[in-house]
Write a protein that binds this ligand. Structure first.
Ligand code: AHG
Ligand code: MN
Ligand code: MN
Length: 344
């Protein structure tokens, strides 16, 4: 009798078929009758950009691309050379895909219109080209965050086009340039993880349908800002200290969220004195992460409403954010007695 698959797996034998990101997306697309393949072209562009950025990030010193660009972006934050390079890479790679109507980036003030709906522009892509870039100096994990939206050809201004609530995302994901390079994506049917095999140049499927544990006593927040947090957050942290919680904070959202997605726990960026409406950007940081977390069985809230229900008003809008394991997010919210407890 042949050895069973679980027994083979116990011996370390790989029993699954090898699946690349490319073939995974083609397979997904084939489920939709009439699909044109345009969507998979966009994912292949994102994966190409990620490979180029991964290469740069892994050689920042040798390539002499550390340090400041000498300019500020629209957020008033000083741009690093790698922020600008990562942005350019994504713009150049996505710019050539004929199904993209509008591109929006953390590093650019306005969204860029590439083509109108009647010219075939079916989708919009919004992204944070390099998240956590201030950590590059110390070789800490950084990431790229992206989301894909439908383009409504009846809306003519670019900002109006991309200001869609998170519930309308077609796909979202991130790439973590950590000790390994992983790409995590959802198209609304679960969350899947791919690891970059640099030798063959492909992202390969390593985990299908990631489910977050419902609880894990870990919170991830910049605790130094506690005195400026609204009362509900301060009460939660006191409670967590008394109830055996651990703290983990890297300061790169992608790295902190990847750990939270895999191990469970809760990630928080509350309103602070410096950022009374939160620091993280709704459209290209909070919403893509919220889509992934919900698809993995977790929850995401702004402290007052479901994050993905917020109707955005501008590309660079910020939001407070609490997301992660279902029970851990509920434990945070249990300390908010009124909406004022969630606000600065
Ligand atoms: P970015 O590098 O794209 O500007 O984002 C930085 C963000 C995010 O990665 C992280 O969670 C957060 O800033 C950390 O902020 P604090 O240093 O205030 O904790
Ligand atoms: Mn960021
Ligand atoms: Mn960034």
């Amino acid at each position: 009798m042949p050895e069973s698959a679980p027994k083979q797996a116990a011996r370390g034998v790989v029993t699954d078929n090898l699946v690349s990101l490319q073939s995974f997306i083609l397979e997904e697309e084939a489920r939709y009758p009439g699909a044109t393949g345009e969507f998979s072209w966009i994912i292949s562009a994102i994966s190409l950009a990620a490979k180029i950025i991964a290469y740069k990030v892994r050689h920042v010193r040798l390539q002499n691309v550390l340090g400041e660009q000498g300019e500020e972006n629209i957020q008033g934050e000083s741009q690093l050379r790698m922020d600008v390079i990562a942005n350019e890479v994504i713009m150049r790679v996505l710019g050539g895909r004929s199904s993209i109507a509008v591109l929006g980036s953390e590093e650019d003030q306005e969204p860029t219109i590439l083509r109108r709906g009647h010219e075939g522009g079916k989708y919009c892509v919004l992204f944070d080209p390099l998240d956590g870039s201030s950590n590059l100096d110390t070789a800490v994990g950084v990431g790229t965050i992206f989301t894909i939206l439908r383009n409504d050809p009846t809306i003519h201004d670019a900002v109006g086009t991309v200001c869609q609530p998170g519930t309308q995302q077609v796909a979202a994901g991130y790439v973590l340039y950590g000790s390994s390079t992983v790409l995590v994506i959802t198209t609304g049917r679960g969350v899947h993880m791919f690891e970059l095999d640099a030798a063959i140049g492909s992202f390969m499927l390593v985990k299908r349908d990631i489910r977050m544990p419902a609880r894990n006593k870990v919170y991830s927040v910049n605790e130094a800002y506690t005195p400026g947090f609204p009362a509900g957050y301060r009460r939660y942290l006191e409670w967590a200290h008394e109830n055996g919680y651990s703290s983990r904070y890297i300061g790169s959202m992608v790295a902190d969220m990847h750990r939270t997605l895999v191990n469970g726990g809760v990630f928080l960026y509350p309103p602070t004195k410096k950022h009374p409406t939160g620091k993280l950007r709704l459209l290209y940081e909070a919403n893509p992460m919220s889509f992934l977390v919900e698809q993995a069985g977790g929850t995401s809230t702004t402290g007052t409403v479901r994050t993905m229900d917020v109707k955005p008003r501008e590309l660079h809008e910020r939001t407070p954010l609490v997301l992660g394991s279902k029970d851990e997010v509920a434990a945070v919210l249990a300390h908010f007695r009124s909406p004022a407890d969630a606000m600065a």
